[in-house]
Design a protein around this ligand. Structure first.
Ligand SMILES: *[C@@H]1O[C@H](CO)[C@@H](O)[C@H](O)[C@H]1NC(C)=O
Ligand SMILES: *[C@@H]1O[C@H](CO)[C@@H](O)[C@H](O)[C@H]1NC(C)=O
Length: 481
């Protein structure tokens, strides 16, 4: 075999066997010692040499999901391995990193340089604080690239800075394929003043939008790994119109009282994997909204916050589709909700093929909740005939304690009942020790194994068990199913 073919073959094999790490061992172009094999991080041994250009190790550049065009993608990987990579620090473009000087210009210049050259790393150095105003980082870029945030990027605290600018964003990454964001550093939103002026905190104020700290939009094959996002103005991280995302080892932190500060928000995106992350904010730890498919969430710690949420869907009579969502392994502490699906009346579309599995709860106010009458509005929401259809929803192996009496709530509409709800191995008790209750309205499904408290679902007549649980996760490795 030619070398190219060999690399491709190894790559495909790695994907098929689900053992991507094999690839690393067989990589003949090893640049770093084995212990530094971490994608996107600078290889320390290479940094030590005085005149040596630092290298970046791309050994972990193997997605945990595959695309249609595996072989061409494999070639792309090979090319990376054969090259050295140039690291461009924001300091080279005049950034001060003192936390007070406006470093926005230096960031823009660095981006221009990095995005227009091949094989580059945008470096935000460790140990410094860079004050950056709202900036949009746009692609397409010349090749795959890495944003190595090792220091802190800090937002201006005063909302007035946004006057005349888009109030909905602080840092926006748009149209950038094959981007990796990593480095152990922090995106710090300085959100206090935004929270204070929110209409949820100060009722005399009008309800206005506030920035999302970090937005990834229309960017395919994105990795965000080993990053802290803290005290965002509103949502922390948003993935919008992205295909192929792996978010791993993220820490997302804000106080419980901060309004609408969702941790990770997924919108109109496909093939998203979120793993090994800690999220504690004032709103949903993870929220998934319309036109999102094949989302996998694994090993998440959530709290404080509003739990893991699908929706809200169907606001303002809109159509929304969410399917193939799997949450496998999560711990929720003192959250307002646990696992939730929420839809507005009057919407259309569907939320289906959703599985919550192996979730531990501690003192969660509403552990399991499907609500087709969601209304987060100052005015009451009138009853409507249409609704987003909710079906094929499995709650399996959900255990722990609830802070309120009603541990399960399935509030579904007359016209569009919830169907194929499966409860399997549920054990939810009250933190107080008293007897828990359940609520069901137009909720059809069945139970498997031991379910406590007893299910109130309407028995399912037509639905077959096989249909309820065969969710197609074709993009995910077999061992993860
Ligand atoms: C796969 O990749 C090859 C080489 O880059 C390209 O010519 C081809 O159009 C791709 N096929 C699909 C289905 O994307
Ligand atoms: C609420 O906002 C108004 C107008 O912005 C301000 O005058 C008032 O002091 C605020 N109230 C509190 C409790 O912060």
């Amino acid at each position: 075999m030619e070398k190219n073919e060999l690399m491709t073959a190894i790559f495909v094999l790695g994907i098929l066997s689900g053992e991507c790490m094999n690839l690393i061992k067989t990589n003949p172009l090893e640049l770093c010692p084995q212990e530094h094999l971490q994608y996107g991080t600078l290889c320390p041994s290479m940094m030590e040499g005085e005149n040596e250009e630092p290298f970046v190790k791309f050994a972990e550049w193997v997605p945990h999901f595959s695309y249609n065009n595996i072989s061409s993608y494999g070639m792309e990987v090979k090319n990376w391995w054969e090259r050295s990579v140039r690291v461009v620090s924001v300091d080279e473009f005049g950034a001060k990193g003192d936390g007070e000087t406006d470093d926005s210009k230096a960031f823009k210049k660095t981006w221009k340089e990095v995005c227009s050259s091949a094989y580059t790393v945008f470096l935000v150095p460790h140990g410094k604080k860079y004050l950056v105003k709202p900036v949009r980082f746009s692609g397409p870029c010349k090749s795959a690239l890495t944003l190595q945030v090792s220091g802190t990027i800090i937002a201006p605290g005063d909302p007035k800075v946004w006057e005349g600018l888009n109030r909905r964003q602080w840092l926006r990454f748009k149209g950038i394929n094959d981007l990796t964001v990593t480095g152990g550093g922090t995106f710090y939103g300085s959100g206090d003043q935004w929270w204070a002026q929110s209409c949820k905190i100060n009722k005399t104020n009008p309800c206005q939008s506030a920035p999302t700290a970090v937005i990834f939009e229309s960017s395919n094959n994105l990795r965000v790994k080993n990053i802290i996002v803290e005290n965002s103005q509103q949502m922390h991280v948003k993935f919008r119109k992205c295909v192929g995302v792996h978010a791993d080892h993220l820490k997302v932190l804000a106080p419980a009282h901060s309004p609408n500060t969702d941790g990770l928000h997924i919108s109109a995106s496909r093939h998203v994997v979120i793993t090994n992350s800690i999220i504690g904010t004032g709103d949903d730890c993870i929220s998934i909204v319309g036109d999102s498919f094949n989302i996998k969430i694994k090993n998440i710690i959530c709290g404080p916050g509003h739990g893991i949420s699908i929706g809200s869907l169907g606001k303002g009579n809109s159509e929304a589709q969410v399917s193939e969502v799997k949450v496998h392994g999560a711990s929720l502490y003192n959250t307002k909700n646990g696992l939730r699906i929420k839809t507005w009346q009057g919407g259309s579309g569907s939320a289906k093929g959703i599985k919550f599995q192996k979730v531990h709860m501690e003192n969660v106010k509403h552990p399991i909740i499907i609500n087709q009458f969601y209304c987060d509005s100052t005015k009451p929401c009138p009853t409507k005939a249409s609704a987003v259809k909710v079906s094929d929803i499995t709650f399996k192996n959900i255990k722990g304690t609830s802070a309120t009496k009603e541990v399960m709530r399935f509030a579904c509409s007359d016209m569009v009942p919830c169907e194929n709800i499966v409860l399997q191995d549920i054990d939810l008790t009250l933190s107080s020790g008293s007897t828990p209750t359940t609520f069901c309205e137009n909720a059809i499904g069945y139970t498997i194994g031991s379910v406590s408290p007893q299910s109130c679902l309407q028995r399912c007549q037509q639905c077959k068990e096989e249909h309820a649980i065969t969710h197609n996760f074709s993009y995910l490795p077999k061992d993860e199913l």
